[in-house]
Design a protein around this ligand. Structure first.
Ligand SMILES: Nc1ncnc2c1ncn2[C@@H]1O[C@H](COP(=O)(O)OP(=O)(O)OP(=O)(O)O)[C@@H](O)[C@H]1O
Ligand SMILES: [Mg+2]
Length: 440
């Protein structure tokens, strides 16, 4: 995780983790003023500010291994399509979820890692390198840092800032596909990286909303990257996989190939678009459409027996009606196909459509729609599975549903970054790069 282009502490009201301050993740919990117990050094907190729900998750690290301590969930207000549209409402959603998590964790939360996703996030590939001299010599940590600095010195538009710098491979002289060049001998070191950027004002709004809820933001993490951390297996990342986090307002996607991030993107369709279609198509209020979608929805028309009927509440005072369940699927199937066609186009444009040896993984609340997987398989022409977050010790069952992949994954990611930084000689930038490759 890397926030290299952000200003130092104070300027934006938060302290990003970067080599500028080189602080590592700030301990999650410090205050003792409300009488809650603290074990501050070991606590980590993440906040997933989604368009549908805000989830705060607190973990405890003991000897590098992660254990659940508490969580809180509130309905998201003031966020739409990954962006904050009402600061006051967004910060009170964060506040409510934080309070609930504090009660369960028995500790005060005043620092956290916060997720960002939706259309405000973009990814691009870049390459940089440096000559090591006229004779071959050993590659040092400083060389790796400098090569990475050059790779990230692409000119970003003034309204964007860097969120992650993810190494893909190092090239020493002519030899490519190197994961860790430290100690190797060569005359030229190059690195190719994937850079994830966020819109400056939108990311600042998320940080401000957290600040107003009394939370200092230690770092930000791309939601797709967090969900991948929570759901993907290392052999899938090697073979080539596309992780799709189908949220409420949009779908974040991230592609791994040969163990590294090859592509990230966002498509502007999420679960709420399905709900809207149902509300319009069945002429029922949104809240009823959401219930009907969850209870009776199936994205494959032919999966639903022709004779099945469902009761559909009407708008206004009119009585409920009985309708064929297939009618519901006739609304959902074209939307599901459209979603994956958008994904397919995005992958094709990114040059990675043919790289999905392990197919796709569907996660996020939207992935719970029955029948979505076969539609993904038919449009993307590769196997698909549902991605549930990995289990953290002592984690309650309810957090294993796909909509918690981002929160659980960001806690795992934050923990891994902390562990990498606390290892011998592992500080700052080099440790972050190493941490990222170790995940592969
Ligand atoms: N059982 C279900 N069947 C179908 N859709 C579901 C089901 N459960 C949740 N959803 C959909 O999942 C979406 C919410 O997913 P999630 O909680 O992952 O979103 P979010 O993280 O808050 O949003 P975003 O990531 O877009 O900011 C909603 O559109 C909801 O309708
Ligand atoms: Mg989400």
């Amino acid at each position: 995780m890397f926030l290299g282009l952000q200003p130092p502490v104070g300027e934006r009201g938060f302290s990003p983790v970067s080599e500028v301050n080189n602080q590592g993740f700030s301990p999650g919990i410090l205050e003792q003023d409300n009488g809650l117990a603290t074990n501050s050094e070991n606590l980590l907190t993440v906040i997933d500010v989604g368009s549908a729900k805000t989830c705060v998750l607190v973990g405890e690290t003991i000897d590098g291994s992660l254990r659940y301590r508490g969580h809180g969930i509130s309905e998201s207000r003031g966020s739409r399509k990954g962006a904050i549209v009402d600061l006051e409402k967004a910060s009170s959603s964060i506040h409510r979820a934080v309070e609930e998590a504090e009660k369960i964790a028995g500790a005060t939360i005043d620092h956290a890692v916060v997720t960002m996703g939706g259309p405000l996030v973009r990814g691009l590939n870049s390459r940089g390198g440096l000559n090591l001299g006229s004779r071959p010599r050993e590659i040092t940590r400083e060389d790796v840092r400098q090569a990475s600095e050059r790779a990230r010195s692409v000119v970003l538009p003034a309204d964007r800032e860097m969120m992650h710098l993810l190494p893909q491979e190092y090239i020493v002289d002519q030899q490519s596909s190197i994961r860790d060049p430290l100690g190797m001998i060569g005359m030229k070191l190059e690195v190719s990286v994937h850079i994830v950027t966020a819109g400056k004002s939108s990311s600042q709004n998320v940080v401000t909303a957290a600040n107003r809820a009394g939370i200092q933001v230690d770092d930000t993490i791309f939601e797709g990257l967090a969900s991948a951390e929570g759901t993907l297996k290392s052999d899938e990342r090697e073979l080539g996989i596309c992780l799709l986090d189908i949220g409420a307002g949009s779908t974040d996607l991230i592609v791994y190939f040969e163990g590294a991030v090859a592509h990230t993107g966002v498509v502007p369709i999420g679960g709420d678009h399905f709900t809207n279609d149902v509300a319009v198509g069945l002429r029922t209020p949104l809240i009823e459409a959401e219930k009907i979608k969850r209870l009776f929805g199936n994205a494959v028309v032919t999966n639903v027996p022709e004779s099945n009927e469902i009761e559909v509440p009407a708008v206004g005072e009119r009585p409920s009606r009985l309708m064929p369940q297939r009618l519901l699927s006739e609304i959902l199937e074209p939307r599901a196909r459209e979603l994956f066609e958008y994904v397919r186009d995005n992958l094709r444009q990114g040059g990675v459509l043919e790289a999905l040896g392990a197919g796709s993984v569907l996660t996020g609340g939207g992935a719970r729609l029955a029948g979505l997987m076969p539609i993904a398989e038919s449009v993307l022409r590769s196997p698909s599975r549902i991605g549930r977050p990995a289990t953290i010790a002592k984690m309650p069952m309810e957090l294993s549903d796909p909509e918690f992949a981002t929160a659980v994954g960001s806690l795992m990611y934050a923990n891994r970054s902390r562990v990498a930084r606390s290892g011998p000689g592992q500080t700052g930038f080099a440790a972050k790069l190493k941490a990222i490759f170790q995940s592969a």
